[in-house]
Design a protein around this ligand. Structure first.
Ligand code: FES
Length: 240
């Protein structure tokens, strides 16, 4: 692939920050404290199931010196401790304890929580807008809401993200849910793909890829594994 026009890429890169993107499937967040981390067009996020069943998308950026608070891709935690100086945050993002308060001793704790990004759950998908707008215009087909999660991962893809997205748009027999987010379903299987720049880099793309199965039909581990391998290989072939 060519690297494209830098000016237009920058414009489109900023466009990626204004549109809803999927950062998790609710099947990845089954219990209070379940979390996934994601990068939404340069915005590091920590997406956490709350004790009341809701989901919060928090900036995965420590309020002490800006380190990534959670470094694992997924898991479950009672609280989140920054690995550098152990500032500790509740599941809600509120600050719980400060172990090293250089320069923060007079700052009210209420102002030191992880920044929350507006998010929405629709069709079992968790959406955010990287620029912190409210996600809107989410119309998710019922087929997706009925399907259960088989597997979801973030895949790194070769090529500038605008070209990757253009190839997916033209090659996939899929419905565009929002620009850059596609869904398809057939014969008991469904999948969701969302593509965005790899962090702040416009010359690379990442895709969130979720394979779903009709919960009534079910899917054996062997069938699910084979389906996953086949669909990921096809995705990579489309964008190569
Ligand atoms: S950077 Fe997180 S506690 Fe210091």
């Amino acid at each position: 692939m060519s690297s494209g026009n830098a000016g237009s890429a920058a414009t489109l890169g900023s466009g990626a920050r204004h549109r809803p993107t999927v950062v998790a499937h609710t099947g990845q967040l089954p219990d209070a404290g379940s979390f996934v981390t994601a990068d939404a067009a340069g915005t590091p996020l920590l997406v956490v199931r709350q004790d009341d069943g809701s989901v919060r998308a928090l900036a995965n950026v420590c309020r002490h010196r800006g380190a990534r608070v959670e470094t694992e891709a997924a898991g479950r935690r009672k609280m989140f401790a920054c690995p550098y100086h152990r500032w500790c945050y509740k599941r809600t993002g509120e600050i719980r304890s400060i172990t090293f308060d250089d320069g923060f001793s007079g700052v009210p704790k209420a102002g030191l929580g992880l920044v929350e990004h507006p998010s929405a759950e629709a069709g079992n998908l968790v959406w955010v807008v990287p620029d912190r707008s409210e996600p809107s215009g989410l119309a998710v087909p019922a087929e997706l809401a009925r399907a259960g999660l088989v597997r979801g991962e973030t895949l790194e893809l070769d090529g500038p993200w605008t070209e990757v997205e253009a190839r997916l748009t033209s090659a996939l027999a899929a419905q565009m849910l929002t620009p850059g987010t596609f869904a398809s379903w057939s014969r008991g299987w469904a999948e969701v793909i969302t593509v965005r720049p790899a962090g702040a880099r416009l010359d690379r793309a990442v895709a969130g890829f979720w394979l779903l199965a009709d919960t009534a039909a079910g899917a054996s581990p062997a069938a699910a594994g084979a389906r996953w391998d086949e669909r990921v290989a096809r995705l990579r072939a489309v964008v190569s």
